[in-house]
Design a protein around this ligand. Structure first.
Ligand SMILES: CC(C)(COP(=O)(O)OP(=O)(O)OC[C@H]1O[C@@H](n2cnc3c(N)ncnc32)[C@H](O)[C@@H]1OP(=O)(O)O)[C@@H](O)C(=O)NCCC(=O)NCCS
Length: 170
């Protein structure tokens, strides 16, 4: 199945609030529970120029997946971006995440010319890690007790995908 991909819009605030209310999304992201609609309206109204956010939609053009590239603000890191990806619980395991990641990677490679993409993932998030590995991301390090989740400190992984000459440096 194919899901329309488009840039996020102000009108997506209710769908994104609903998406970030899903327990598995909160558990596996760095967001806080109980996001308000106002939080998402403000966030979408103030998206910085160096953030490129896309959504995957259902047949009614409602956002069911959200992915973003956050280009590094420092000039000397302008070849890099960090990446975020979440899919609504009702749609997980149906190819939405893979398709949205494909669109983000094309955008990064073919339109922004980025050569290093990096992301943070919880060390126990096997589903996401499997997807990232399949798409060329490699683990660069384990971040011990780097975030607090549901009453305990948990480890994260830093993963990155290098392209072109950077990938050949070894
Ligand atoms: C992780 C996430 C983004 C993946 O998106 P998705 O739409 O559910 O995944 P897809 O259906 O596109 O599947 C992509 C790959 O994920 C893995 N995957 C999907 N469902 C899985 C499952 N139930 N168990 C294990 N791996 C699974 C597989 O490697 C799959 O590849 P395949 O299609 O070749 O089998 C999504 O599940 C999600 O948002 N989870 C909660 C929030 C989160 O973890 N975000 C990532 C933060 S770093």
């Amino acid at each position: 199945m194919s899901y329309p991909i488009r840039r996020v819009e102000l009108g997506d605030a209710p769908a994104l609030q609903a998406l970030f209310c899903c327990p598995s999304v909160i558990r596996n992201s760095l967001q806080l529970p109980y996001p308000s609609l106002a939080h998402w309206e403000k966030r979408l109204a103030e998206i910085p120029d160096d953030t490129h956010a896309l959504v995957a939609c259902d047949g009614a053009n409602r956002a069911i997946g959200y992915g973003a590239l956050l280009q590094a603000p420092q000039k000397r890191r302008s070849h890099t971006a960090s990446l975020a990806l979440v899919v609504h619980e009702d749609w997980q395991g149906k190819g939405v995440g893979r398709q949205l990641m494909g669109a983000l990677l094309d955008y990064a490679d073919d339109w922004l010319g980025l050569t290093r993409l990096e992301l943070h993932v919880y060390a126990d998030n096997e589903r996401a890690i499997a997807l990232y590995r399949q798409l060329g991301f490699e683990e660069e390090g384990r971040l011990h007790a780097d975030s607090f989740r549901d009453g305990e400190y948990v480890d994260g992984l830093l993963m990155a995908r290098l392209r072109g000459a950077l990938a050949r440096r070894g």
